[in-house]
Design a binder for this molecule. Structure first.
Ligand SMILES: [Ca+2]
Ligand SMILES: [Ca+2]
Length: 351
């Protein structure tokens, strides 16, 4: 006698099936966020050995994000160190065949701005800036970067890693969307010959403390002579894989804060107040006395004052007549004092 099996599962099995479906979803992994204009990316690749068949690409954030307005660790990228260890081994931090670089593009549909890193030869010395690029060069290079981000098998819609919601492992290939292809093809510059970028990458041959990437921003309207290339900031990484961004060191602009005609730096030399417009270095008086001419000027300790004399202010007529460490100066020279007129000038230096 034939017994028919029910075509639908008994109710008691349904919770188990639902649980099974959920577990499948978590195994398949989340998708990385879509790239947007101005995004900056980190790329890691090994030229051989463990992990040599895949690149690791991490979205750092947009060039306008708050994280790039200050120096500090970039915490929005998850645990990059765990991903690097999983892909390239625990010794990733000292592998001489492991490379990293930073790249990005803004405004592909208009006049693109490009970002490309360059490793410092010496950790304490900024790298030489990339050459400016004209519009056509930036456009071509930007398209190659865009291919890595948005092309078929590129970053877009790829699966996030176990340790970073913005990181993905990408198979190395000869497609334009392959980061490894763009930066590691022998005999070419990175992201195409028009970029003129010999290599945007650093290596871990000298450990994490031995590599720093300066990120340069290439922009402009197409005329190389006016296209600025500026240092956007510097990326470093520690042995735990924590990425740090450091803003460029800004050289303070010398100003005349109190408007007395002397720059703050000049007032520092003279020892006068940079915030008091009535206090600045000057010859205060010249008094022709019975036996000496007294030249008064404001003086402080640890400075050198050189007194010059001219008969008529003509070019080349200034003569050094005294060097002192304090004012005033007393001129007793009978020849100078016998003249109907004469001029004194005082120059201060530190010390
Ligand atoms: Ca001043
Ligand atoms: Ca002053």
């Amino acid at each position: 006698m034939l017994t028919m099996q029910p075509l639908i599962a008994p109710k008691s099995l349904l919770p188990a099936l639902a649980g099974f479906a959920l577990s499948i979803l978590s195994v398949s992994g989340a998708t990385v966020p879509n790239p947007v204009s101005g995004d900056l990316f980190l790329g890691f690749r090994a030229s051989g050995g463990l992990g040599g068949s895949q690149a690791y690409i991490v979205k750092l954030g947009r060039d306008t994000d708050a994280v790039f307005t200050t120096s500090g660790n970039i915490t929005s990228v998850g645990n990059v160190g765990n991903d690097l260890t999983a892909k390239y081994g625990a010794n990733w931090k000292t592998r001489d065949d492991l490379y990293w670089g930073v790249f990005g593009v803004r405004g592909l549909s208009g006049i693109p701005t490009l970002y490309a890193s360059r490793e410092r030869n010496t950790i304490s010395t900024p790298a030489t800036a990339w050459n400016p690029l004209v519009f056509s060069e930036r456009s071509s290079t930007g398209n190659r970067i865009n291919s890595v981000l948005n092309g078929l098998n590129g970053y877009r819609a790829s699966t996030a890693t176990a340790n970073s919601t913005v990181g993905t492992f990408q198979n190395n290939s000869t497609e334009g969307s392959s980061y490894n292809f763009q930066v590691a093809t022998a005999g070419t510059t990175d992201f195409g010959s028009l970029s003129q970028w010999q290599s945007i990458e650093g290596t871990f041959a000298f450990g994490t403390s031995g590599t720093a990437l300066d990120l340069f921003k290439l922009t402009g309207d197409g005329d190389v002579g006016t296209n600025p290339t500026t240092l956007f900031g510097t990326f470093t990484i520690n042995d735990s894989g924590v990425i740090r961004f450091t803003l460029p060191t800004v050289t303070p602009v010398d100003v005349d804060t109190d408007g007395d005609g002397f720059l703050d730096s000049e007032e520092a030399v003279a020892g006068t107040s940079p915030t008091n417009g009535a206090d600045f270095f000057k010859v205060q008086s010249v008094v022709f006395g019975p036996s000496e001419t007294t030249v008064s000027f404001n003086s402080i300790a640890s400075r050198t004052y050189k007194i010059y004399y001219s008969q008529d202010l003509s070019p080349g007529s200034w003569t050094l007549i005294a060097t002192q460490t304090i004012g005033p100066y007393s001129d007793t020279d009978p020849v100078r004092r016998a003249r109907p007129k004469g001029f004194y000038r005082v120059i201060v230096s530190n010390p």
